[in-house]
Write a protein that binds this ligand. Structure first.
Ligand code: ADP
Length: 285
């Protein structure tokens, strides 16, 4: 299928010729298959000569990962599957900024190249509302949100508590046909299924890397991405069920997030909980 689509090729020559970024995606590496782009880039990152900005993209992962060692499944040649090596040197708690930056870049690049309007589901899913009709925003509560992409951040810290390396990994369902979508707890979709037409992957990848560079440079100069990220979340103002290791299961109102990306959930007894990581289900459909 991909062969018929113009600008779908993601090999090194094609991407290098199209990419206008100044450091992110330089170098850009393409491999047909790998266990996991995050795991491979982590191995490369042990060599300090591998620069910040290095990107590794593949057509197929034999052991693609989500959080908590969950599997990421994607038929070969249908997706964007890549990871970026960053060497921020930022204070450790800013690691969450990288998850925010990656989420923003994915959302903005999809908007710019397809006209679809993805959102983020806390903390790291990229979702599309089933009803994309303009002017029907009042129906947001009744929308079915389907997962079109996922983000995964692997980070290492040095002895001074600084962020030594950060590897955001991105899996984006671009041209997966409906019958090949994985069966997942949060229903999956692809840009092809949601938009009704195949999406050439190269302009999408290039836009994504350029957006990520722009947002990263702003963050590196001290500007938090929190506000921009927060605006893209679907989770806020909704009743949610949260399952997290330290609190068990909690039902409450998602009132917002704090500047470190923690989800603020008020339980039925009125107590506010700040949740750093967990699984969230939207309730009240
Ligand atoms: P979550 O944060 O929602 O738990 P992760 O980001 O950890 O999800 O991703 C892993 C989960 O995503 C898997 O357990 C599976 O249910 C789902 N999944 C796997 N591959 C895909 C895909 N290509 N598209 C959508 N969902 C997927």
């Amino acid at each position: 299928m991909g062969t018929a689509l113009r600008e779908d090729e993601l090999n090194e020559d094609a991407v290098r010729a199209a990419l206008k970024s100044s450091w992110l995606g330089r170098p850009y590496h393409f491999v047909d298959s790998v266990d996991s782009t995050n795991d491979q880039l982590k191995r490369w990152a042990a060599d300090p000569a591998v620069p910040s900005g290095t990107v590794l993209l593949t057509e197929h992962q034999s052991a693609g990962r989500g959080r908590l060692n969950r599997r990421w499944e994607a038929p070969s040649g249908t997706s964007l599957l890549f990871s970026v090596l960053l060497r921020p040197g930022w204070p450790a708690r800013r690691a969450v900024w990288l998850t925010m930056l990656a989420g923003l870049a994915v959302v903005e690049a999809i908007e710019a190249t397809t006209g679809l309007h993805p959102r983020l589901k806390w903390p790291n899913d990229v979702v599309l509302g089933e009803d994309q009709t303009p002017g029907n925003d009042g129906g947001e509560d009744r929308r079915v949100w389907r997962k079109v992409g996922g983000l995964l951040l692997d980070a290492t810290f040095n002895a001074d508590g600084r962020l030594e390396s950060a590897i955001p990994g991105i899996g984006l369902n671009v041209n997966i046909p409906a019958e090949a979508l994985p069966h997942a707890f949060t229903p999956a979709t692809s840009l092809l299924v949601a938009g009704g037409r195949p999406v050439p992957r190269r302009p999408l990848l290039v836009a994504l890397l350029e957006c990520l560079e722009r947002h990263y440079d702003a963050a590196a100069s001290g500007q938090s991405p929190w506000h921009l990220w927060n605006e893209r979340l679907i989770t806020l103002g909704r009743t949610v069920q949260v399952t997290a290791g330290d609190i068990g299961t909690l039902v409450g109102l998602a009132e917002g997030t704090d500047e470190w990306g923690q989800l603020l959930v008020r339980d039925e007894a009125g107590k506010l909980h700040a949740i750093a990581a967990g699984d969230v289900t939207l309730r009240g459909h």
